[in-house]
Write a protein that binds this ligand. Structure first.
Ligand code: H79
Length: 425
């Protein structure tokens, strides 16, 4: 198969990293963007900036001093770590990643490195990340931090804010030394074992400097994964662009990240939420290429999730209760996308994700080079009938499928199709 280089380039360099196993099996993660921007909701002074969310400060060119004053009114009394972790569990996600500090520069945890953090600068006065990391651990959900390591619009030496701080006066090294690295060390020290650190937007460091930074962090938690946006191809797994699914199956550990509506950070008037059906198809589509989906929710300034996010995530979890076997622990399907849907696989099993009822209820599966042993609908004992020829296996579907959004069939086969364990590396 002819694949463009950008898609096939190895995910990370370290294929023996101890964190890769859980990460690759997890398949579904929850991303949470939460910061001062969650309270502003896309509004600065009297203007509204659609699609700005966590980028509001930049879009409005808000002066760092004025923007920082928002912290004085940030008091998310509605935040409940157990509730968040329980919703994540109900949704069926197998890891959770939350913004410890986004580009705005505000630390959503108790940082000794700066006073511009939720404990020192806000009336809330508690560390929500302590509570959330604990709640996730109690519920068995690997927990990770997003950390914007280069962009920091609050700091004169941080990347990105050129409207307050002239670029030619910036000392990025100084910023890394005085804030970024010490904060990363805090995060890797004070919140128990982390599943991963999700870096974003590299800059200001040479490959060698990046390697040194990473090495100094790895000592703290050798099992913690670092995302590819740490830069210079030094991450442990690969992230694609925001809201991007590769067109072809990709070996190795990787992740697609998507927003639930059109924004990462909370925006009150953005109601363009993906329905449960859309989430389920997105999840199975990403899994059919071999990757994880990390879906984002944006809680508001009071610490509450949009009601649609809660409802639709729970609906996704109910689908996973029945069909999770076809997602968790799978790798990409053995055949390309079909008019009726996509496939995922495990050794000896091919999962057929039926998005559309095929004409005549005849589901055509091309080119299975192995003996088909049985075909069933997941969650049902009733075997289906099929005919296998060299060109294709044709399965007869019942009049109605249990789930019109995505009913999954499991096809068991014996023989030589392909060694799936080889596909996994
Ligand atoms: O945290 C989310 C984004 O804020 C962050 N990555 C995800 C996970 C990110 N940082 N930089 N970028 C993404 C790329 C920059 C996109 C932009 Fe724009 C296009 C900045 C300005 C124009 C999108 C549209 C954001 C603001 C307006």
């Amino acid at each position: 198969q002819d694949m463009p280089d950008m898609w096939t380039k190895a995910a990370g360099n370290n294929t023996t990293h101890p964190g890769l196993k859980w990460f690759r099996d997890a398949k579904f993660g929850l991303f949470i963007h939460w910061g001062l921007y969650s309270k502003l909701g896309g509004r600065w002074k009297d203007s509204s900036y659609y699609g700005s969310g966590e980028w509001l400060m930049n879009r409005a060119k808000a002066p760092a001093g004025e923007y920082a004053a928002v912290a004085k009114t940030f008091n998310p009394q509605g935040f409940n770590a157990e509730e968040w972790a329980q919703t994540a569990r109900d949704a069926g996600v197998r890891y959770l990643v939350i913004t410890a500090k986004h580009h705005e520069g505000f630390s959503m945890y108790d940082s000794k490195v700066t006073d511009f953090d939720i404990v020192d600068a806000s009336p809330y006065g508690k560390d929500p990340m302590k509570a959330l990391s604990r709640a996730c651990r109690e519920k068995g959900i690997p927990f990770g931090f997003y950390y914007s390591q280069f962009l920091d619009w609050h700091e004169p030496d941080g990347g990105g804010n050129t409207w307050d701080f002239p670029k030619d006066k910036k000392d990025y090294q100084q910023y890394y030394r005085s804030k970024s690295v010490p904060q990363l060390k805090e995060l890797l020290t004070n919140y128990g074992p982390l599943g991963l650190v999700w870096f974003d937007m590299p800059g200001g460091l040479t490959p060698e400097q990046t390697r040194q930074m990473i090495d100094s962090l790895r000592i703290l938690q050798p099992s913690c994964l670092f995302s590819s946006r740490v830069g210079h191809n030094l991450g442990d797994y690969r992230d694609f662009g925001d809201s991007e699914v590769p067109p072809v199956p990709i070996p190795g550990a990787w992740e697609s990240i998507y927003t639930h509506n059109d924004s990462w950070g909370y925006i009150e008037h953005d109601l363009n939420f993906k329905s449960p059906g859309e989430i389920i198809r997105l999840l199975s589509n990403v899994a059919s290429k071999g990757g994880n989906l990390m879906l984002n929710v944006g809680p508001d300034g009071n610490g509450k999730w949009p009601a649609y996010s809660i409802a639709y995530l729970k609906a996704t979890g109910r689908w996973l209760d029945i069909y999770g076997e076809s997602i968790y622990g799978t790798t990409y399907g053995l055949i390309p996308a079909q008019p009726w849907g996509v496939t995922t696989s495990k050794p000896g099993k091919l999962y057929l994700h039926v998005w559309e009822m095929p004409t005549g209820r005849q589901l055509r599966v091309p080119g299975i080079n192995a003996r088909v042993k049985s075909v069933k609908i997941l969650g049902s004992r009733q075997p289906l009938t099929w005919k296998q020829s060299t060109a294709a296996t044709t399965i007869q579907l019942p009049v109605t499928l249990p789930d019109t959004r995505n009913t999954v069939l499991v096809m068991e086969y014996s023989g030589t199709q392909q060694d799936l364990s080889q596909l996994r590396t």
